[in-house]
Design a protein around this ligand. Structure first.
Ligand code: NAP
Length: 247
């Protein structure tokens, strides 16, 4: 069985790892190529876009792919929608592996917003000094927003940035102590993040709670209907093994 894992997440790497020595299963991991020095999964890796739904459908056919697991980031909605369309067209089963969203806890001061444009309107109403932890894509939504921004990302954002900003290049995971110290040191008033979920980047939420800071939380777009979804890597591995056994 040839399995395509759409990746760019720790879960995708863990899935490739879990299946690497599995007899009868060959895993090809795919990365978009956004990060300059990506953390690579074990095994075969291809990098770069497929060229939309048509390109992905052709690629699935041309590479003899028998099943697809979309383990991309919860905010990588385009590739998930493309994969749902392409797998349906080619007649290949698809599973989404998606970590659960973060849920507000007592003491949290979250302001849910549907997208980054709404976040850029909301954040300046909550404070002057904003910690922007939304990755490097989408920072342009804040280009015209008033206030001061600490932009933390793995690689530098491209395009227009807010007029008053500091760029902090850093790759998580971060500890609660790190996050608390950063927010105190830069005198942060408000945190902006996407509801990525997962433990690797959740320390900022604990730090914000403990410091009493508001968090502008961009909510997720829904997964295409009809596509099965699991939240944990062992469930995705089990799905793949079942499909492989049916080959
Ligand atoms: P996106 O908006 O859903 O995808 C845009 C385009 O990038 C897709 O149409 C596709 O190009 C290509 N692409 C995306 N993921 C791909 C993959 N795994 N393999 C090959 N091509 C891929 O995605 P995005 O938000 O730009 O994210 C890009 C990648 O970064 C994703 O793989 C995701 O897992 C990872 N990531 C994203 C975030 C985030 O906040 N968005 C955070 C951490 C990691 P074609 O149409 O040409 O096929």
């Amino acid at each position: 069985m040839r399995l395509l894992v759409l990746g760019g997440t720790s879960e995708a790497r863990a899935l490739a790892d879990a299946l690497t020595d599995e007899p009868g299963i060959e895993v090809v991991s795919s990365l978009a190529g956004r990060v300059r020095q990506p953390t690579l999964p074990v095994g075969q890796v291809r990098i770069g876009g497929f060229g939309g739904v048509d390109g992905l459908a052709d690629w699935l056919r041309g590479n003899g792919i028998d099943a697809v697991v979309d383990a991309t980031h919860p905010f990588a909605a385009r590739i998930t929608a493309n994969a749902a369309d392409a797998t349906e067209r080619v007649g290949v089963p698809m599973l989404v592996l998606r970590r659960p969203a973060w849920v507000a806890e007592p003491g949290d001061r979250w302001h849910p917003v549907p997208d980054l444009a709404a976040a850029a309107c909301t954040a300046p109403t909550l404070g002057k000094r904003v910690l922007l932890t939304i990755g490097r894509q989408g920072v342009g939504a804040f280009a015209e927003a008033p206030g001061w921004y600490l932009i933390r990302a793995i690689d530098p954002p491209e395009g227009a940035l807010p007029a008053a900003a500091e760029l902090l290049l850093a790759r998580g995971p971060f500890t609660v102590e790190d996050e608390t110290a950063l927010m105190r040191d830069r005198r942060i008033d408000v945190v902006v993040t996407k509801n990525s979920g997962g433990p690797l980047t959740s320390a900022k939420l604990v730090a914000a709670r403990e410091l009493g800071l508001p968090v502008v939380m961009v909510t997720r777009t829904p997964i295409p209907s009809g596509v099965p979804v699991v939240a944990a890597v062992p469930d995705a591995s089990a799905w793949v093994r079942t499909r492989a056994a049916q080959q």
